[in-house]
Every structure is written in C-alpha cells, then in structure tokens.
Design a binder for this molecule. Sequence first.
Ligand code: MN3
Length: 244
Amino acid sequence: MNRKTFIKNTGFAVAGMSLLPPSIVKKKRDAENPYAFVKLSQSPLKYSTQALEPYISAQIMDIHYHKHAAGYLRKTLKAIEKNNLSQKSLFDIITSSMNDDDFLINNLGGHFNHEIFWRSLSKDRSLIVSETFTDRIRSDFGGIEKLQEIFSEAAAGVFGSGWAWIGLDPTTKKLVVTTTPNQDNPLMLKAEHNVLPLVGIDVWEHAYYLQYQNRRKDYIKAYGEILDWGFADTMYQKITKWIR
Ligand code: MN3
C-alpha cells in the first residue's frame, strides 16, 4: 500500500479526520497504541540473560542488550534532543518523515526494533494462541508451521544486516511477512511494505555471530524455538482493536 493510504487507514494523521477534537482523538490513540511500551528507556528483560540458552547464549544476550541496544537508545536520546522532538511520542516520530535525519532513523529504529525483539522471546514461550489469531494465521498462511517456515526463509534471505517481521497490513487486515534493511522498521514511511509489526527477528551478525558464526540458518531455527507466539497474539489483538 502507498504512504497516503497507510496514513489514512491507520489514522496516524488523524487530525481533521474525526468529529472529535484532535487532542481527544490523539489521547485515545496514544492510550491504546500497541507500541506504547516503547519508551525512551530500555525495558528490563522479562528473563535472565542465561535463560534463553542453549538457543541464544548468555554472552550474546548480555552484549546485545547492554551494549548494542543500549547504544541505539543513547544515540536516540541525542538525536531527539538535537531535533527538538522531546514532546512527540516515539510512535509519532517513527511514523513521520523524521526530518530525513539518518542518525535519528537508524538509532530510533534500532531502539524500537530491539524493544519488540526482547518481548518476542521466551524460554517458557506460549504456543497456545487465541482462536481469532489461529484463524487469521490459517487463513493467510495455512497454519502456524507454514507461517514460521515463510518467516524463517525471509529472515535467511535478508542481504546483510536487517530484520524479518510478521506484521498486520492495516488495509487488507491480513498477516504478512516482510523484511527491512539495517535498523528500518515497517512502520517507517520509507519501508517497502508498511505493516504493523507483531514480532521481528534481528539478523544482524551481532545477534548471533559469537555463537553461530556464519550459520545464520541455525540461529533462525533456534529463534523459532524461543519465539513467543503468546506475545505475537497479544500484539495481534492490540493492533486489530486499535485500527478497527
Ligand atoms: Mn540487534
């Protein structure tokens, strides 16, 4: 879908499109925003850095969370200050043109992506998902195994550094698998396919190289073992409710 349709259908540029005063619409929107958990801080991990072994080593988790992701946040804070954006929500910034500032795009993208990534992982992952989500997956992909297969193939096919995502297309209301290069997020206007991401896999080498070296496919397989479908379901429910 093109940018204008995306903005129109998702209500991101909602002022003037509602009978309610924009301030109230905005408040309602913000309160229910499925990405409200992304703040200008790192959320604590809901598991220890060792908890995902043997799938992802404690060393990787430690460096990834405390060094790489922390660095994206630190630089995001800098970029937000430089661009006078502290009054805006991170969601509003990431879905705007972001002043075409590459430093801001790369680092806010990095922060945003990792906040989703940590939540998508769990050692005690839930494989039980709601009927509505199961039906959606079955209708769009034929089943959860098939979805996981397509998602894994997309992740393996990312050239260089980037991400693969399972997202909801706000126009068709269907689930799609898409990829983004670098630290781009499918919410960004520049994304090839604008979708609302449920979960994403980080295929930067820093996410796996210390343990898997060049065996990206083994890392993707391991990720599949700790992907929390319960979280994907929660995001699906929040997103569908929000864009209704
Ligand atoms: Mn990373």
